[in-house]
Design a protein around this ligand. Structure first.
Ligand code: 4AD
Ligand code: MG
Length: 461
């Protein structure tokens, strides 16, 4: 259908002013009075709606009739008219002709201007038509483009890691199984059962692309992956999904300090890109979702992230005088309440917590000389907690296999991974950024279920 995007009309109003244009879209709101009617139309290309003005005294009877037919919220239409500049709206369309493409009866659930997020979660297929989700998805898109732009301009290769895999990277037992086999009780053992399955062995959905990423980096130097990640976590929280998106760079010849520097530069770069390219959406979030959001993001861009040793963080928490639900002692994993105290109250900015106890972290992390900690860091941000898990990798074959054996991991399943340490091992580091959590941080959206189209969480598909 020949028409002009509404985005284009707002972007180049001067060029279109006083010419006849055709637009397509859906009615977001409509107002009618005796002499004039207004239809606010959105076609998905622009966060701003285009106002169509129906001057009843100057329009043909048929045009008025069609326009009245289009007054129901959600109606799809195509409209032609003269584009005029408007002080209030930038530009408006003075209607000449209008055709309803699809009617929208009163059962359409999105009648009100604002609905609760809880209600909208029950209609994920329709909520994408609201301003809130339009803004979320504009920023989500921009953030993704910015991720690729950052790595591309810094000499990283974008690689695609498999989604179906046989190895569990995080070792937390949260893998979803992939199978084509119906249940059958006649097998003698688990192995025999899996041997008959599609791949001839047990398979699952990836919890992280890191291990494949490390192997790729050994040939390509610097790589990143950006793909879906799956975890059968039973955490029913505002920041856990069963299917989320993760960005995982892997960098050879980089130690823990190098990768922390890269992570900070990267986070700032993608925030800056959103601020430059999505000003209307951020203004919306600042007004309706998180007051002060734009100031917060500016502050993040213009200050250094904090850095604290895990051991010191424990001391800060112990001296905080706070009545935490989970008690704090050296060796404990930081709970959300602890992370929030550190980022929201004590440091009041993004914070790298460095050198965690080895027993609460994954097998692949570089063992520090103290024998107790690993060169690992989590980036915590105010309001959310952990958005990045990061570490220097253990490059020494013997130390690595010792850590795996201590965790009862089957070494034979990781033979290819161990070859990275056998053949030309190098110091290398990487991290994983939870993309959906990052989107929460830049928009102020408070529940991770509101960052993607069809969120998957325990019990909800
Ligand atoms: O800290 P995680 O588990 O780290 C890894 O997977 C490493 N292999 C990454 C690497 O070094 N290449 O996960 C990384 C990030 C977390 O910081 C968090 O932001 C996000 O992934 N994440 C989740 N996001 C949503 N829902 C979940 N269930 C998540 N689990 C982790
Ligand atoms: Mg983590």
């Amino acid at each position: 259908m020949k028409h002009t995007d509404i985005r284009e009309l707002f972007a180049h109003t001067d060029g279109y002013a006083d010419t006849t244009v055709t637009v397509c879209g859906w009615v977001r709101t409509a107002r009618d009075s005796k002499n004039v009617a207004f239809l606010e139309v959105n076609d998905g290309t622009s966060f701003r709606n285009l106002q169509i003005v129906v001057d009843k005294s100057r329009s043909s009877e048929e045009t008025v009739r069609e326009a009245m037919d289009a007054m129901a919220v959600g109606t799809s239409l195509t409209a032609t008219g003269r584009l005029v500049t408007s002080e209030r709206n930038g530009c408006e369309l003075e209607l000449e002709t209008l055709t309803v493409l699809g009617k929208c009866p009163a059962e359409y659930p999105l009648q009100k201007k604002r609905h609760t997020q809880e209600f909208l979660r029950t209609i994920p297929h329709l909520r994408i038509r609201t301003r809130y989700f339009e803004a979320v998805f504009a920023v989500r898109d921009q953030l993704a483009q910015a991720v690729h732009a950052y790595f591309h301009s810094h000499g990283y290769r974008y690689v695609h890691a498999p989604i179906i895999t046989g190895s569990d990277c995080e070792g937390a037992g949260e893998m979803f199984r992939v199978t084509t086999q119906p249940w059958n009780a006649s097998y003698e053992s688990e192995e025999a059962y899996y041997a008959d399955d599609f791949f001839g062995k047990k398979a699952g959905l990836t919890v992280s692309a890191q291990l494949e990423g490390e192997m790729a980096a050994m040939g390509l130097g610097r790589i990143y992956t950006f793909g879906p990640t799956f975890r059968a976590e039973h955490s029913n929280t505002t920041r856990h999904l069963a299917e989320f998106w993760q960005i995982e760079p892997e960098v050879c010849f980089a130690d823990i300090d190098d990768i922390i520097g890269i992570a900070e530069e990267f986070i700032k770069s993608i925030i800056k890109s959103v601020m430059e390219n999505c000003p209307d959406e951020l203004a919306f979030f600042d007004q309706w979702v998180e007051k002060g959001l734009i100031d917060k993001l500016n502050h993040v861009l213009n200050s250094d992230f904090g850095r604290v040793d895990y051991t010191d963080a424990i001391e800060i928490l112990q001296k905080s005088g706070k009545d935490f639900k989970y008690p704090v002692s050296w060796g404990c994993d930081l709970q959300t309440e602890h992370e929030r105290y550190l980022t929201d109250e004590y440091f009041a900015k993004p914070l790298f917590v460095v050198n965690y106890p080895k027993d609460i972290k994954a097998f692949y992390m570089k063992q520090n000389p103290d024998g107790k900690t690993v060169a690992a860091t989590d980036l915590l941000v105010p309001g959310i907690g952990e958005i990045i898990g990061c570490s220097e990798r253990e490059a020494d074959l013997e130390k690595l296999t010792a850590a795996m054996t201590a965790r009862n991991m089957p070494l034979d399943a990781y033979e290819q991974y161990l070859d990275t340490r056998r053949f030309g091992t190098v110091p290398h580091s990487g991290f994983g950024l939870g993309f959906d959590r990052m989107l929460m941080y830049v928009t102020g959206v408070g529940n991770i279920r509101d960052t993607l189209l069809f969120p998957r969480t325990v019990g909800t598909l």
